[in-house]
Design a binder for this molecule. Structure first.
Ligand code: SAH
Ligand code: SF4
Length: 325
């Protein structure tokens, strides 16, 4: 087993025949019973700042997106020379957030553990880069595919696997409260990001249907539970959408919650999606929102993101490709 995992995860081996320190008869037996599913890369888009977006065709012909982000642009803004990889957990998404391309065509299916892990292996193979940080912020709601995602994380984290530190793996959720509690109860020190995007139920109900099922009070309760069990900071992601959630009054409410939970806020200017009306606010509004948070003592960053020119928000590349096919 040790030899096998070395071939699979350390040498990123492409076929069972390459596993030369296994006997021929064992290789034949393995080849008869197992297949190495290597996702087919159908498009790569790279932008000048080297954010690269891969469109993969996986089993059954489904398309998924995986995005490689240089350290300087990485999710939590921490300085390091490690690349961040943003992986998908589902084909499509059932949660239908109003700003997100992944949900526009509904949900198709869960990814398997192998399909999640192989995104990491294949991008390492294609790019020649080591992956230091992993974020489940691609297509799909990882908490709705909890078992496969957790199994993948075990492989990605293990020293016999991809050896990515648990603290460098972040699961992002639109707020599936019971799964947040499950994640708090499991032993790995992986990180949790909440896609908040609205500081009040009124605003959040408008843009995220999941808020009707798990309103903010329940969501924040689950966050409390997580923080007290994990002794770890949570991240809040907050997309700024012009005229919807970008008012300084919203920033003050957000600051109150973030402060109480000692969580960090990542502000993300809305990325335009074809077929949706919304726009990003101007630079001044973005900076003003950030200032309110910071002057309340909240640790916050504003992503002056660079993926715009390659439609780096999740689900957009797949959608264009499906529509032009
Ligand atoms: N389903 C999970 C994981 C997907 S990540 C979740 O919702 O958390 C989804 C993240 O992608 C959002 O929180 C947001 O940060 C980003 N995103 C999606 N659509 C976007 C858009 N149009 N503009 C900017 N960011 C977007
Ligand atoms: Fe699904 Fe997350 Fe997009 Fe909402 S933001 S539709 S939960 S992928």
């Amino acid at each position: 087993v040790r030899q096998l995992t070395q071939w699979l995860y350390h040498h990123n081996c492409r076929s069972i025949d390459e596993m030369l320190n296994l006997s021929k008869s064992l290789r034949d037996q393995l080849a008869a019973e197992f297949t190495l599913h290597i996702p087919e890369c159908v498009r790569v888009l790279g932008s000048e700042d080297t954010t690269r977006k891969y469109l993969f065709r996986i089993g059954g012909g489904d398309l998924i997106e995986t995005v490689l982000i240089p350290a300087s642009l990485s999710f939590d803004g921490e300085r390091s020379d490690r690349m961040t990889l943003c992986v998908s957990s589902q084909v499509g998404c059932a949660y239908g957030c109003k700003f997100c391309a992944s949900g526009l065509d509904g949900f198709k299916r869960n990814l398997t553990t192998a399909e999640i892990v192989s995104q990491v292996l294949e991008v390492m193979h294609l790019s020649g880069k080591r992956i230091g940080n992993l974020v489940f912020m691609g297509m799909g709601e990882p908490m709705a595919n909890y078992d496969a995602v957790m199994q993948a994380i075990i492989i990605l984290n293990a020293h016999w696997g991809c050896n990515i530190g648990a603290r460098h793996i972040t699961v992002s959720t639109s707020g599936l409260v019971p799964r947040i509690r499950d994640m708090a109860d499991q032993p790995l020190q992986i990180r949790l990001a909440i896609s908040l995007h609205g500081a009040t139920d009124e605003v959040r109900n408008q843009i995220m249907p999941v808020n009707q099922r798990y309103p903010l009070a329940e969501l924040f309760d689950a966050c409390d539970y997580y923080v007290s069990h994990k002794k770890q900071k949570i991240f809040f992601e907050f997309i700024l959408i012009k005229g919807v959630n970008d008012d300084p009054a919203h920033a003050r409410v957000l600051a109150r919650h973030a402060k109480r939970l000692n969580s960090k806020v990542n502000l993300i200017p809305y990325n335009r999606v074809d077929g949706l009306d919304w726009e990003r606010p101007g630079q001044e509004t973005q900076e003003a929102f950030l200032t309110v948070l910071r002057s309340s003592g909240v640790v916050a960053t504003l992503r002056r993101e660079k993926g715009h020119d390659i439609d780096a928000a999740c689900g957009q590349l797949r959608r264009q490709t499906l529509q032009s096919a």
